[in-house]
Design a protein around this ligand. Structure first.
Ligand code: KG4
Ligand code: ZN
Length: 351
């Protein structure tokens, strides 16, 4: 079954063609980062308008590069949420219009399920069950995954998401949006041990996270350095490293706890922050001690992309799930509301 995947939940227009037997045939991404950088973050209305401009031409590009035509597509998967409602509506409208014109099924996919399943596109995918750490701009969650749609939340951030903390730290250090990769690059030049930042909520039991205290600690450190006239390039790099080390350690401690608590031998790490190199090597070292395996998507599929939506949608479309006539755009949508694969989707999803 040949599936067109469409991702427009935020500031990237992502499309892909995934075939249930042949795998990923083509994918393309247009990032709006340069457009939003002037504003220091995503401007929702500009995002929606740009998705309108880019989406269909990108679909035509990947069809051409895969040697396919629209008539070859057998199903369409689009991101139905969570995300910016206007941006979601663009992907949903195009998906439903194409699906209607071609007479093929269409399915709204959960963005975080897309991230969660992205490592399945790699040559050695994880087997179920596994523990998943989802770390993106809007989510920090530990989830026990028994199968597609069989998710139990083990813990989550009670305030900021990990990616959000990276983005805010970047702003404090005068770095452009999106901040995660830039903080990581600056941290490379940092002096280990000059600052030590707190590892929030690691000294008490449980699997929840909190990043807002770490953010405040970072802000206070930046302000103190400014007041003493010492916020030079080396100090900025030292602060970036101290922040990144604290965020990474916190995530690693909770992942270790989740593996020990569930007895799982497999950890899947997905979402934009899973592209972070320091996080990957710290998780690999921790898991090696527990003789557990860690699974990631390739870096370009850690951040938003169409391939993960095509893959997740393909699994559910193959099992017979599909939208009715209604376009789904669900800005807030808990992932544990998703049905297991093969079960019909609950009515009233949008409420
Ligand atoms: O998954 P994603 O592309 O979009 C959401 O669904 O939110 O994640 C974006 C987040 C941003 O906060 C970005 O700063 C962060 O992932 N990010 C990183 C890195 N690459 C992206 N954070 C730390 N290190 C990175 N290398
Ligand atoms: Zn995402």
């Amino acid at each position: 079954m040949l599936i067109l995947g469409i991702e427009t939940s935020c500031d990237e227009t992502g499309v892909a063609l995934y075939h249930s037997e042949q795998g990923l045939l083509a994918h393309a991404l247009f990032s709006q980062v340069d457009m939003h950088a002037d504003y220091g973050g995503v401007v929702p209305e500009l995002a929606s308008r740009d998705h309108v401009r880019k989406l269909l031409p990108l679909c035509d590009d990947i069809l051409l590069s895969a040697g396919k035509t629209r008539a070859d597509i057998e199903g369409i998967a689009y991101t139905a949420g969570p995300g910016l409602v206007g941006a979601l509506m663009v992907g949903g409208s195009v998906a439903h219009a194409l699906g209607f014109a071609l007479g093929i099924p269409v399915l709204g996919v959960h963005h975080m399920e897309g991230h969660l399943l992205a490592p399945m596109l790699e040559p050695e995918p994880p087997a179920f069950p596994f523990v998943a750490l989802l770390v993106s701009g809007g989510h920090t969650q530990l989830v026990l995954v028994k199968g597609i749609g069989e998710y139990s939340l083990l813990g989550e951030s009670v305030d900021d998401a990990a990616g959000e903390a990276f983005d805010k730290t970047a702003k404090m250090l005068g770095l452009d949006y999106p901040g995660g990769p830039r903080v990581a690059a600056l941290a490379e030049k940092g002096t280990p041990g000059r600052y030590r930042f707190p590892r929030p909520m690691t000294d008490r039991p449980g699997l929840d996270f909190s990043f807002s205290g770490l953010k405040t600690y970072t802000l206070n450190t930046v302000n103190q350095a400014k007041q003493s006239g010492g916020l030079d390039d080396q100090t900025r790099a030292d602060i970036a490293l101290a922040f990144e080390s604290a965020a990474v350690d916190t995530l690693v401690i909770k992942c270790r706890r989740a593996l020990e608590q569930t007895g799982s031998q497999r950890l899947v790490v997905a979402g934009g922050v899973s592209a972070n190199r320091r996080l990957r090597s710290a998780l690999d070292a921790m898991a090696a001690k527990l003789r557990a395996g860690v699974f990631y998507a390739r870096p370009e599929f850690c951040t938003d992309n169409g391939a993960m939506i095509a893959y997740a949608g393909c699994q559910r479309l193959k099992a017979g799930q599909r939208d009715g006539d209604r376009i789904l755009a669900v800005p807030r949508w808990p992932m544990d509301k998703l049905p297991p694969i093969g079960e019909p989707r609950a009515e009233g999803l949008v409420d």
